[in-house]
Design a protein around this ligand. Structure first.
Ligand SMILES: NC(=O)c1ccc[n+]([C@@H]2O[C@H](COP(=O)([O-])OP(=O)(O)OC[C@H]3O[C@@H](n4cnc5c(N)ncnc54)[C@H](O)[C@@H]3O)[C@@H](O)[C@H]2O)c1
Length: 391
């Protein structure tokens, strides 16, 4: 792996390492104070990287860490999608080589307009095993985000969605094993199903409904991907898994996976009634996309995250009725609020979860990651983008 980071370790003489250890406590205190980063474990390579930031003047902690591992060959499946394209922008900004594989089924080339001249875009399907294998063979780090996303898709097209989300992921995972590429697997808070235990911790039980209720197929397919990736660790796969909690932000597609933020913003800006499923007392934890991407990068780049699963989300709960009121106020919309039954939207037997709150301690303690964007700020950015692009 062509890591600048490796260079640092190699360049450190044994004496240098011990000198570094001598100052370790001092550096840790400084990192905790200036960067809010608390070192939970002993010294290893990433520790050296993290504390390196304080030997380099004026470089913020988080940028120092990421910049030092720049110049990797990366592959982003689903890179033309909503989260994937933001991730691609960030990888380009950090100086990595980026190849994107996307079939444009829900993604858009417009999402990559800023990055396109710096990346290689391949339009293709993750179900094409030969294509996946040849692209993975050229990568050191693979971000697997391509998927039939969300409950809406699974309910509308259960078979093709399940095949994409299981067989497609299997192709990517197996090629990563074969070519010794590191894998970042994008998973979902849907994994936890309808558990009543809050907050949801990574090792919690999953509580799902019957297989006759299509919506649980999304959770189940993503769980198979997680099991596969975790099992392949024994065959030498280096990987980490991130479970996203309700990401929102610019480039959200209102025709996409059924994001409540996208639907409500679209309706508010066109002064249509804001439709809320159920009585609207259900809550969700909304995570601004910059935070989603930051957590993803940290999970992928920080060695201490290897072999682990992380909740990546904001743990601030918002009642859906309050979200609608907020969006109405921020857009100055004249829309009313209309409650519609889940059955009317998703068909008979649909089950929803009342709350979905991430336990964020693991990501905070191990990756030093906390989603920091408030809903007000995130919505303001989203609205600004929406107004500029949907005229
Ligand atoms: N948005 C969220 O809040 C959220 C929550 C939980 C999990 N996730 C996960 O994050 C990842 C990205 O989701 P997103 O919200 O950006 O959705 P998205 O639909 O914008 O992105 C998915 C991308 O994958 C591409 N794709 C789909 N099937 C493909 C195939 N067979 N071959 C190649 N490309 C294919 C699509 O064209 C699209 O660009 C997904 O794995 C999803 O399950 C997202």
């Amino acid at each position: 792996m062509r890591l600048v980071a490796t260079g640092i370790v190699v360049n450190l003489s044994t004496a240098g390492i011990f000198a570094h250890r001598g100052n370790e406590k001092q550096r840790e205190e400084r990192c905790a104070k200036e960067c809010g980063y608390v070192q939970p474990h002993g010294i290893h390579r990433t520790t050296l990287l993290r504390h390196e930031c304080h030997e380099r003047a004026d470089i913020p902690h988080r940028n120092a860490q990421l910049a030092l591992v720049a110049d990797m060959r990366t592959l982003v499946t689903g890179g033309a999608g909503y989260i994937g394209s933001h991730l691609v922008d960030r990888l380009v900004e950090l100086g990595h080589d980026v190849v994107v594989l996307d079939d444009l089924s829900t993604g858009h080339l417009a999402n990559l307009s800023g990055a396109m001249s710096h990346i290689r875009f391949v339009q293709g399907n993750i179900l094409d095993g030969n294509l996946v294998d040849s692209l993975v063979s050229g990568a050191e780090l693979v971000f697997h985000l391509a998927a039939a996303v969300g409950v809406g898709h699974i309910v509308a097209k259960p078979l093709s969605s399940l095949i994409t989300n299981t067989k497609g992921a299997e192709n990517v995972i197996e090629s990563c094993v074969k070519h010794e590429a590191k894998l970042l697997l994008a998973s979902t808070s849907e994994i936890y199903g309808k558990t009543a235990k809050m907050p949801m911790s990574e090792d919690d039980d999953r509580v799902l409904g019957s297989t006759t209720i299509a919506r649980w197929g999304y959770s189940t397919a993503k769980a198979i991907d997680e099991h596969l990736a975790l099992a392949y660790v024994q065959q030498g796969l280096r990987m980490s898994i991130v479970r996203y909690f309700n990401s929102y932000g610019p480039r959200l597609d209102p025709r996409g996976y059924g994001s409540v933020v996208a639907n409500l913003v679209r309706q508010a800006l066109s002064n249509e009634p804001l439709t809320i499923h159920g009585d609207g007392t259900q809550t969700r934890c909304f995570t601004f996309v910059n935070d989603t991407v930051e957590g993803t990068l940290r999970a992928a780049l920080d060695e201490r995250g290897e072999g682990m699963v992380f909740n990546i989300g904001n743990n601030h709960e918002t009642v859906i009725n309050d979200l609608a009121t907020m969006i109405t106020a921020m857009t100055g919309s004249s829309s009313s609020i209309q409650h519609v039954s889940y059955e009317a939207r998703y068909g008979k037997g649909f089950e929803d979860t009342k709350r979905r709150v991430p336990d964020v301690r693991r990501a905070s303690e191990i990756l030093g990651f906390t989603a920091s964007t408030s809903l007000e700020d995130g919505l303001a950015h989203t609205l600004q983008w929406w107004r500029a692009t949907h005229r």
